[in-house]
Design a binder for this molecule. Structure first.
Ligand SMILES: C[S@@+](CC[C@H](N)C(=O)[O-])C[C@H]1O[C@@H](n2cnc3c(N)ncnc32)[C@H](O)[C@@H]1O
Length: 225
């Protein structure tokens, strides 16, 4: 299979993780078919909902992940922030791009300690741990201290939370920096806060929805806000 990832150990780990995520996607489709709602954020979620999602990858699809890898390379990204680590699939692509750019740091966060523990194992397996600052807890708290210029912000987290994160990190995205948000067309109403922030000229972004499955929002900070 063609991939932008050249490192063979990383390629085979990613292949394994994407395959597991694909298998679970069928289980998730059945869950929705049975009437379950998309996850909203843990305050609103019943414990059964949280239990269901606790072992799910919900990993960024290969094509989106490869696109973001290439974007990081093109931007020569050094400082990345990600909301939603899960088992670390997208983070592996981000850290690989940093390594291939000559170094940097991706700060990523997930609320589930059990997922973070497995993700840490994946990062170590392919020697990428040094490029990753993995934080455990509610992203609305764990990312509060980010204050340096951010090249890329990746939002791959339950939709309603994206409004809080963009308010927190958006001002730190450097001019020329990028925000990427997954699945924006799947349930656009749930991204209302994020969309409103990106559309507000005073925040300095120019934004468009790329035609990946479910939509991938790509916003570039074109003016210093
Ligand atoms: C779509 S998955 C992330 C997938 C990951 N980017 C990948 O490619 O493998 C979303 C993750 O967000 C986490 N999450 C949900 N709400 C959160 C919150 N308030 N703070 C931190 N993480 C949260 C979930 O536990 C879940 O693992």
């Amino acid at each position: 299979m063609n991939t932008v990832i050249e490192n063979s150990a990383l390629r085979s780990l990613l292949e394994r993780l994407h395959a597991s995520s694909d298998t679970q996607d069928r289980e998730i489709a059945a869950y929705y078919k049975a009437g379950a709602e998309r996850p909203t954020g843990f305050e609103q979620e019943g414990s059964a909902g949280r239990e269901f999602w606790r072992d799910k990858f919900v990993a960024l699809e290969r094509d989106k992940a490869e696109f973001i890898y290439a974007l990081c390379r093109a931007m020569r990204a050094r400082r990345i922030v990600e909301a939603g680590t899960s088992f670390g699939v997208s983070t592996l692509y981000l850290a690989a791009a940093l390594r291939d750019n000559g170094g940097g740091l991706v700060t990523t966060c997930d609320i589930e300690e059990s997922k973070a523990e497995v993700a840490r194992g994946h990062f170590a397996e392919v020697g990428l741990s040094d490029l990753i600052d993995l934080r455990v807890g509610d992203v609305r708290h764990t990312l509060r201290d980010i204050d340096e210029p951010v090249d890329l912000l990746v939002l791959d987290i339950w939709a309603p939370i994206t409004a809080d994160i963009i308010a927190l990190i958006g001002p730190h995205v450097r001019t020329g920096g990028v925000v990427v948000a997954d699945n924006i067309t799947a349930r656009r109403d749930r991204y209302a806060g994020l969309i409103a922030y990106l559309a507000d000229c005073s925040n300095g972004f120019t934004t468009q929805t790329l035609a990946f499955e479910g939509g991938l929002e790509l916003a570039v900070k074109t003016q210093g806000a």
